[in-house]
Design a protein around this ligand. Sequence first.
Ligand SMILES: Nc1nc2c(ncn2[C@@H]2O[C@H](COP(=O)(O)OP(=O)(O)OP(=O)(O)O)[C@@H](O)[C@H]2O)c(=O)[nH]1
Ligand SMILES: [Mg+2]
Ligand SMILES: [Zn+2]
Length: 321
Amino acid sequence: MSLTRRQKWRIEKVQSERIARANKAAIETEKNFRNKEVSQKGRVITRYGQRQLVESSTGKLFQCTGRQNIGLSVAGDEVIFQSAGGIEGIVTAILPRENELSQKNKLIATNIDQLWLVVATEPHYQFELIDRYLILAENSNLPINIIVNKIELLNELDQLSQDFSLYQNINYQVHFISIKKRLNLDSLKNQLTDKTNIFLGQSGVGKSSLINTLIPDLGLRVNEISAKSKRGKHTTTNTSIYHIPSGGDLIDSPGIREFQLDDFDAKQILNGFREFKELIGKCRFRNCQHINEPDCEVKVALDSGDIHPSRYKNYLNLLSE
Ligand SMILES: Nc1nc2c(ncn2[C@@H]2O[C@H](COP(=O)(O)OP(=O)(O)OP(=O)(O)O)[C@@H](O)[C@H]2O)c(=O)[nH]1
Ligand SMILES: [Mg+2]
Ligand SMILES: [Zn+2]
C-alpha cells in the first residue's frame, strides 16, 4: 500500500518533532549534568558588600556574587556555588543554618560552636556594655565565655577578679589573659581547637591581636587605641573566618560601633540575663516585667543577693530605653 504524499508528510513531521523533542531533552540533561558538575559545596569566609569569599571543600577561594532570591550569606554559611571560570563564582543556595548570631536584624555570622566576649583593661570594661553584648550573645543560644585581656596593665588583680566574680557566679567562664605578655594563653588555646569560635567585643580590646597570636604568620591588621580617648579605632571592618593550623576556626569581627536604643525588645533583654531566666514563671503575674510588681521572684532574688545589683540596674536601664 502506498502512502499518499500528504500521509508521508505527516509521518515525517511527527518524526522530526519527536527527534527535536528528544534532542532538546538531551541538551537539558546535559546542561543540568554540567551544572551539577560545577556546582559545589563551600563555606563563606567573609562578605563585603554584595560579594562574598567562598572556600571550596578543597580549600580553593572563589569571589562570588549571590543569586538574587536566596538572601544574603555571611561568614560561616555553608553554600552551594558554581564556578564561573577562574576565581569567579555564583552562590546559588544557602544551606540550612545550625545557628545565627545577629545584631538586630543584621546577621553577623552563622554555624558557630562557641562565642567569646572579649573585654580589656584598656579600653576599660564597662558592665553595661558587657551586659549589652551578653544579650546579643545569649539570644544566639551559643555557649559563651568571657576573656579579659591586657591584664599586665594592672598592678594588682584583686579588683579585677572581684569585678568578674559577678559573671563567674552566673556560670560564665572568665579567662584573664595578656596577649602582650603571653599570660594564660595555653588553657585558652586548648578550648578553641576543633571548634568554630567567634570573638566579639568592643574595638581595641585585642580580638585581632589574639587571632594573630593563635595563628602564626596570619598578620591581621591591628591598631593602637587612641592615647587620648582610650578607645579603639575600628580597625577590623569585616567579619572573617581564619583556620587554626591544628584544627578549628576563629572568627574575627569588628567592634560594634554603637548599640542602638531599639536593638532589643523586652523578650530579648530578659533572655539576655541568664540568672533571671530560671525565675521566670515563678512571679505572681505571668507577664511580670520584674519592675514594681508584687511577689516578683526576680526582686526577691535581688534582695537576697542572688541577683547582682549591677545586673538588675542594667536590666532596668535597657528596658526603659
Ligand atoms: N597592653 C596590651 N596591649 C594589647 C594587648 N593585646 C592587644 N593589645 C593592643 O591593643 C590594640 C588593639 O588591638 P586589636 O587587636 O587591633 O583590637 P581589636 O579588638 O581587633 O579592635 P577592632 O578591630 O578595632 O575591633 C593594639 O595596639 C594591640 O597591640 C595586651 O595584652 N596588652
Ligand atoms: Mg580587629
Ligand atoms: Zn517578676
